[in-house]
Design a binder for this molecule. Structure first.
Ligand SMILES: [Fe+2]
Ligand SMILES: [Fe+2]
Length: 314
């Protein structure tokens, strides 16, 4: 067994290590068919920063215990990796687990417990969705400006605040509930299979959380400190305010829902997000636009052509 991978190792050997590293490589968008090429050659061909790629690979390979002292991370590469992980978990892995969970539990007779387990899982997915949406829209979206030298307040504080407890904890709880209290006469193989998937997902989330706190956070802090002493940052701070005024596509969708008279719950259902997320978006919209009433938003939406006046019940 290798201790760690270096740039001169073959990409095929890394891919053969197992599913955990396969996932890492796939999130960098590297196509298979790597032949005898080295890690560095493949990274160069795909415009990926080799050092950052290796840090993430070795960090995952060593289950988050890899010594990362004095290693320089390329924040743009790391951001793309983390966002691809969000997409993979929210759009693919968790829905996949849910389908299998329903199949596995459906063949059992414990109907009440089945319902509660699915409910527990759905609530967890909704929390995770909220956490990752905030990261994407409130934190990661500011990295280009941070890299460009602008002073951005409280980014590292916000990352710290969002990671005070392990994100995978609740999934681990669900896994333990099934192991200890859920018995099924039939569908045993499916239940064991779902547990395997929960273990994998738990590990994935654990590493993701560790990457954000051990690799991402120090790099964001380093750039914040650098920008603090950067003369041009003073000027750019005004631009920050302009950047913050811009609405994301998701926020525009929320506004459209509000002006059409939908409740937060109806908006959440329409956009497949949680009510909490809708509330957070509405708070951010109010902050960005300084508009706090639905009627004010209606005017804003019509003026900015988000909706046609005919679509609204005035
Ligand atoms: Fe994340
Ligand atoms: Fe996170």
């Amino acid at each position: 067994m290798k201790d760690r991978y270096t740039k001169d190792d073959k990409m095929a050997d890394l891919l053969s290590t197992g599913e955990k590293l396969l996932q890492v490589v796939s999130r960098f968008g590297i196509p298979l068919g790597v032949g005898e090429k080295t890690i560095e050659q493949i990274c160069n061909e795909n415009n990926i920063d080799t050092k950052t790629f290796l840090i993430i690979v070795n960090f995952t390979y060593s289950a988050g215990s890899y010594d990362i002292k004095d290693l320089q991370i390329d924040l743009k590469t790391l951001q793309a990796y983390l966002q691809n992980t969000h997409i993979y978990l929210l759009k693919f892995f968790l829905p996949h687990i849910r389908r299998h969970l329903i199949d596995a539990l459906g063949s059992s007779r414990n109907n009440d417990v089945t319902f509660l387990i699915i409910k527990f899982f759905d609530e967890y997915c909704s929390e995770l969705n909220h956490h990752m949406e905030i990261e994407d829209s409130e934190i990661f979206s500011k990295f280009p400006d941070l890299i460009a030298g602008k002073k951005i307040r409280n980014l590292s504080t916000e990352i710290t605040r969002m990671h005070t407890s392990p994100i995978e904890q609740k999934l681990s709880e669900l896994k333990n509930l099934i192991i200890k209290y859920y018995s099924s006469q039939s569908g045993n193989d499916m239940l064991y299979n779902i547990l395997q998937q929960l273990f994998l997902c738990e590990y994935d989330l654990y590493i993701h959380d560790r990457i954000e706190t051990v690799l991402l956070l120090p790099e964001v802090k380093r750039l914040e400190e650098r920008n603090q002493h950067n003369q041009s940052g003073e000027v750019d701070e005004n631009n920050d305010r302009e950047v913050q005024q811009e609405l994301s596509d998701r926020e525009k969708d929320i506004i459209i829902g509000v002006v059409k008279g939908l409740t937060n719950k109806e908006i959440a259902e329409k956009l497949f997000i949680s009510v909490n997320t809708v509330t957070t978006h509405r708070r951010n919209i109010a902050k960005k636009l300084d508009i706090h009433s639905p009627s004010g938003l209606t005017i804003y939406a019509i003026v900015n052509k988000l909706v046609d006046i005919k679509e609204i019940n005035l």
